[in-house]
Every structure is written in C-alpha cells, then in structure tokens.
Design a protein around this ligand. Structure first.
Ligand SMILES: [Zn+2]
Length: 320
C-alpha cells in the first residue's frame, strides 16, 4: 500500500442493541469512538447510523465509511434480506439510503465478515493468509478469509458457519433447521443445555442456581470457573460440538488459524480444549496439523476495526 493513499476511515458496527462507530487511522489506531442505542424503527435506525457517522468523524479528514450490519446481505443491492435480531434493517437499500446523507464513499458489509477481517488485519489472525473466524454469541456467526480475501459466495451470503448441520436430529435452531452448530455451541445453546443438566443434577451448583432463577450461558462459565463439575461438563460438551464444526472447516478451507471470538468466548479454554481434541480426532492431515485455534484479541473494538478495514474509496479500493 503506498503511503500517499492512506487516509482515516470510519467503521460502524450496527448491533441489535447498540451502534458503535470509530475513526480509525491507517495504522489501525482508534482515534475517536462513540456509541448510541439501536432504534427499532427503520427510519430512526437509518438516521441513528447517519448521526453516529457525522458525530464521530467531526474534525477528521475521512476517505470512506463502512457500515457492518447483522444478517444475510445481498451484496449487489446492499440489502439485508434476513436479520433475526434486527428486523428494522431488512429490505432497505442501505447504500442508496445512507450515502446521500453521509456524503462519503460507503460500503455495507456483514458484521461477522467485518469481525473476521478485523482479526485478520489487526488481531489474532495477523500474518496469516487463510483464516476462519467464528463468533460465539447468542448465535454463531462466521467469516472466512482465503488467499487474503473475504469469501463472499455468489450473492454475498457465504461464510454462514453457524448454520452448518452438526447433528441431523439435534435441537431446533433459530433459523428453522435442526442441529446447526449454533443450536449446539452458542451462548443460548449452552444456557439451554445447562438447564437440562441442572434438572438431572439438582445437588450441583448449577442445579442450585436453576432452583432460584433461569440459568444463562454466562452463569455456566462463572460456575465452571468456580469448579462446578456440572457446569464444566456443559462447556466441555459445547466445546466438542464446536470442535466437530471446526474440524469440517479445517478440511474445507485448510486455514492457518481459526480465530474464535464473541461474547461467549468468556469460556475460553474451558471450551477450546475439547474443541481442539475433536479437530485432532476428526480433521485430515496435513490441514489438521497446521491449524491453530486462537482466541480473538480485538475485544469490544473488533466490529468497528473490522468494518473500518473494509472501507473503500469511490473507485472501490480498500483505504486501510
Ligand atoms: Zn441454524
């Protein structure tokens, strides 16, 4: 990248509950950031995104903006066709609607693709050319970088790693299918499985908590860290399901690294240790022996940094 080219960019991460925006320097430094709640009505949502960009960029020279949004995107129309946690963003030609207000070159991307790109450029995947990113949260999102480029597929909706079927007759997934990776290893899947295990083992710390209130994914991590066997077994099992999914990705993509991030990664090695065992048992050499499973390192700025790294100028060239 020639030095004369580099300019600051704005990255925007639109989540189901908050919009985060930041000005990022060519070196990947966050120069300015802001957050605001996500409105649930389409018009207010759009004006909220515009306001976030205009506010955060105030006083900086900006080359382009990228807005990362949750859901399946048709890239040609810059339109989200399905976003289970943010219906307000569905069916809008986002580039057309937002660019005229923002008055800077605008790119629209999927949020997990952006998180994958952020880890690839600035985080745990730096230095690799082939990377798989898995975001464990309420659901499971994915992003794939191959030969240093984001995998998009024919319509822009590729890389939906959370909805690969892992267990044909498994639990129902939010997408309608059964036994998706998301239905077995996400934060909500961990919570659901923990509530079953709690009723089987009422004397465990997990069982005692379940007698008081509804057990959530983060409770399981906390109790496991305190040494509760029941909670540990839930995380180990979720880690095994995760590893079965990852073993498939290793065979398909032959990545140098799999980066696992997202809110449910608070469980860290409590899940990743058993995931690695499954990869060793199930994936094929030589890919199995090359791949490293790493925790994401960008933390709460990952969405904004990833979006920023995908911002383009008016001629379609990446700015960072
Ligand atoms: Zn699914």
């Amino acid at each position: 990248m020639d030095a004369g080219w580099a300019m600051n960019v704005v990255g925007v991460d639109v989540g189901a509950t908050k919009i985060a925006a930041g000005v990022i320097s060519p070196e990947g430094e966050v120069l300015s950031r802001m957050r605001c709640p996500t409105a649930k009505m389409p018009e207010k949502l759009l004006s909220g995104i515009v306001r976030a960009v205009l506010e955060v960029k105030d006083g900086f020279e900006i080359g382009g903006v990228c807005v990362a949004v949750p859901g399946l995107i048709l890239s040609q129309e810059s339109m989200v066709v399905c976003s289970p946690n943010l219906h307000a963003i569905e069916g809008i030609r986002l580039k057309d609607e937002l660019e005229s207000e923002i008055k800077l070159p605008l790119t629209i991307e999927n949020d997990n693709s952006a998180a994958a790109w952020g880890e690839f450029r600035f985080g745990a995947g730096r230095g690799t050319n082939h990377l798989v990113f898995v975001g464990l949260g309420t659901g499971i999102g994915g992003g794939v970088v191959i030969h240093g480029e984001l995998l998009r597929g024919a319509q822009g909706s590729g890389g939906e790693l959370g909805h690969v079927t892992i267990q044909a007759t498994g639990p129902r997934c939010a997408c309608g299918n059964r036994g998706c990776l998301e239905a077995l290893a996400s934060g909500s899947a961990i919570g659901r499985r923990a509530r079953q295990v709690a009723s089987e083992k009422p004397a465990s710390a997990l069982g005692c908590l379940a007698a008081e209130r509804k057990v959530l994914g983060e409770d399981v991590t906390r109790l496991a860290r305190e040494g509760d066997e029941a909670a540990l077994s839930v995380l180990e099992e979720a880690g095994r399901w995760l590893g079965i999914g990852l073993a498939g990705f290793v065979n398909i993509f032959n990545p140098e690294a799999i980066v696992v991030g997202g809110g449910a990664m608070g469980a860290g090695e409590l899940m990743l240790a058993s995931a690695r065992q499954e990869i060793r048992a199930r994936a094929r050499p030589p890919a199995r022996d090359l791949v490293e499973v790493r925790e994401a390192t960008l933390g709460p700025d990952s969405g904004v940094l990833g979006a920023a790294a995908l911002a383009k100028d008016a001629s379609g060239r990446y700015l960072l």
